[in-house]
Design a protein around this ligand. Structure first.
Ligand SMILES: NC(=O)c1ccc[n+]([C@@H]2O[C@H](COP(=O)([O-])OP(=O)(O)OC[C@H]3O[C@@H](n4cnc5c(N)ncnc54)[C@H](OP(=O)(O)O)[C@@H]3O)[C@@H](O)[C@H]2O)c1
Length: 156
């Protein structure tokens, strides 16, 4: 199964200058809880801007560059995202798409589940998750936090 995890602001903003526009510890804890022990998939830009390795998760990095390698024994690189999505969309194993914008856009049609933090405040951003349409989803979990609402959704 393909799912995705994202945090976006009221304008669907997700990034600024290659990084997250906000620093919300509680939101990072939600991301950690949802992804621990699972397979996560992210674009090269997002991976390269992370402050450290993500422990106790298998990370799949998507790159267009055939010479790109990662120095992490719990990570691998794939070079053809669409082939990966088609091959694994019906697997029992969950693959959580973790951004960024270009990867979300391509993977969105394949996703059956979503973990979304709806950030309450508007931020200055340069990157969006604009393909998301709430009408296509049922909300199965909702938890209110100070700076965001944590929701889990399944595709209708
Ligand atoms: N708020 C959140 O939850 C969240 C989560 C993750 C990331 N973000 C933010 O999103 C921003 C980064 O997004 P981004 O779109 O710039 O970068 P990205 O999606 O992380 O990575 C793009 C990279 O993946 C490659 N790529 C894209 N599609 C591919 C495919 N089909 N096959 C092989 N390689 C492929 C791109 O190659 P090309 O250069 O050739 O296109 C590029 O090198 C950052 O600001 C980050 O902080 C936010």
């Amino acid at each position: 199964m393909i799912s995705f995890s994202v945090a976006f602001d009221p304008n669907r903003g997700i990034g600024k200058l290659g990084k997250l526009p906000w620093h919300i510890k509680e939101e990072l804890a939600v991301f950690k809880r949802n992804t621990l022990g699972k397979n996560i998939l992210m674009g090269q830009t997002t991976y390269d801007h992370m402050p450290g390795k993500l422990k106790d998760r298998h990370t799949i990095v998507v790159s267009i560059d055939p010479t790109y390698k990662v120095d992490d024994e719990d990570a691998e690189v794939i070079y053809d995202l669409l082939a990966f999505l088609k091959e694994h969309q019906d697997d029992e194993t969950e693959y959580i798409i973790c951004g960024g914008a270009s990867i979300y856009r391509q993977a969105y049609p394949y996703a059956k589940k979503a973990y979304i933090s709806f950030i309450k405040k508007e931020y200055e951003v340069d990157t969006y998750f604009d393909i998301f349409n709430i009408d296509e989803w049922n909300i199965t979990k909702e938890v209110d936090h100070d700076e965001f609402v944590e929701r889990e959704l399944t595709r209708k």
